[in-house]
Design a protein around this ligand. Structure first.
Ligand SMILES: [Fe+2]
Length: 436
């Protein structure tokens, strides 16, 4: 399976980074995402005026130049120039006159088909803002060999911090080529899929790394009745007496029950923090922490009627979300941003029982889950860092009330075994009916 990153030689100079590509490289994608600028460089970042991407041919002549600047994006190629002012693909400022760090563009150039796409957030079909076919300059486009990226107005020694493109690092500028752009990839893995590769209409989805397939294989084995069977202590009899889904629904909906109490506490905390009390759900970490993921690798999430999550990312991890009970609506976003005009969902999915949806460091990373139905929904979330990731972020980022924040993906329960909780839910349920 191929890697997701480009193979290229790079050289970082004072104000510039030069990238030299393999001769047969067909697709080059450059993502510029200021969100990854480290806090200590934020003051210098505010001085940034333009990032210029220049594509050079074998004779080092410019074939194409893209200037990502304040309030405008300029594309020039030989005699032609196009000026774009769409807010989604320009560098823009907030009311305090600061450049907003939670924005970003991507540039896709296919030397074979001559397609040039420019979009915002994740590099994918749904986020394209401008599309051109570079026919008039096809000879020069086909001979692109090198790219030079530089910035203006920032002190010299700042550049290596903002522009670095080492493999596996989450830096403000990322370069990838070849298989990254798969417009046909489905975001929902339906129950009939035997393999994660079925996602790409039966063809191997080459850019999905082994990490996601590992998670998929594990998640596809897990169903609620199996958890119930193994955790209820009733295997001896062969049949579980209580349905875990019903027990959870009962406990979360009935006043005074264990899960209802946990939910109420979370709602009160949300309200104190100025957040919608319905933007709450219950997380139950399975097993113990392990260093392969942020928090627990497997988490059961419980979604009462009308409850929903914040719009959040996943610390750059791979992930699978499987619906174990009920129906979950998933909205996918191009980017996590405190800028309102970037935060319209690019996709909305309805996942029924046993459907799964997936995320990778570069695709479907930002989403929001919502239960619109009276039956309490239960999902299984599975997470894994990329094997290549050197920087393992522990927190998930989210946006609420147009503010950019972080949270630790912790369990709402102490690190105890699920069968203990199961036992408590059974007791609670039995007691209620004894009283009646
Ligand atoms: Fe999530």
């Amino acid at each position: 399976m191929s890697t997701e990153d480009a193979v290229f030689q790079s050289q970082t100079l004072d104000k510039r980074i030069d990238l030299e590509f393999e001769q047969d490289e067909k697709v080059i994608i450059i993502e510029i995402n200021p969100q990854k600028v480290q806090k200590e460089f934020f003051a210098q970042f505010q001085l940034l005026n333009r990032i210029i991407v220049r594509y050079l041919n074998y004779s080092l002549q410019t074939c194409l130049e893209i200037q990502y600047g304040r309030n405008q994006l300029l594309i020039s190629s030989q005699d032609s120039r196009v000026l774009l002012e769409d807010q989604k693909i320009v560098m823009f400022k907030n009311k305090l006159d600061q450049i907003v760090d939670t924005q970003g563009i991507w540039i896709y150039l296919n030397k074979k088909t001559l397609n040039l796409n420019i979009g915002y957030g994740e590099a994918r079909k749904e986020t394209i803002v401008a599309h051109y076919i570079m026919e008039s300059v096809q000879n020069s486009i086909k001979s692109i060999k090198q790219i030079t990226i530089w910035q203006e107005s920032i002190p010299l020694n700042f550049l290596p911090q903002i522009i670095s493109s080492q493999k596996g690092e989450l830096k403000p500028i990322r370069i990838h080529t070849k298989d990254h752009f798969i417009p046909t990839l489905s975001s929902v893995i339906l129950q009939k899929c035997q393999n994660i590769f079925d996602l790409n209409q039966g063809k191997q989805a080459k850019n999905l790394a082994s990490e996601i397939d590992d998670l998929y294989q594990q998640a596809s084995q897990i169903e609620l009745h199996q958890i119930e069977y193994f955790e209820s202590g009733q295997q001896v009899q062969g049949v579980a007496k209580f349905n875990l889904g019903d027990l959870i629904h009962h406990s979360v909906t009935i006043e005074g029950c264990k899960l209802n109490q946990i939910l109420k506490n979370k709602q009160e905390t949300a309200q104190k923090n100025g957040l919608d009390p319905l933007m709450t759900y219950i997380r139950l970490g399975l097993g113990h922490f392990n260093k392969d993921s942020a928090g627990h690798q497997f988490v059961l999430e419980i979604w009462p009627f009308k409850h929903y999550s914040s719009i959040h990312d996943h610390a750059g991890q791979y992930g699978i979300v499987k619906v174990l009970q009920g129906i979950i609506n998933v909205k996918i976003y191009a980017i996590l941003s405190n800028a309102k005009h970037l935060m319209n969902p690019i996709k909305s999915l309805t996942c029924n029982q046993n459907d799964m949806t997936w995320l990778s460091p570069k695709l479907n990373q930002v989403h929001q889950l919502n239960n619109f139905y009276p039956q309490t929904a239960i999902t299984l979330q599975c997470y894994k860092y990329s094997k290549k990731s050197q920087e393992k972020i522990k927190q998930f980022a989210y946006v609420a009330n147009q503010q950019y924040k972080n949270f630790n993906p912790l369990s709402d329960f102490p690190d105890i075994e699920l069968h203990t909780i199961f036992k408590e839910l059974v007791e609670e349920y039995s007691n209620l009916y004894k009283k009646k």
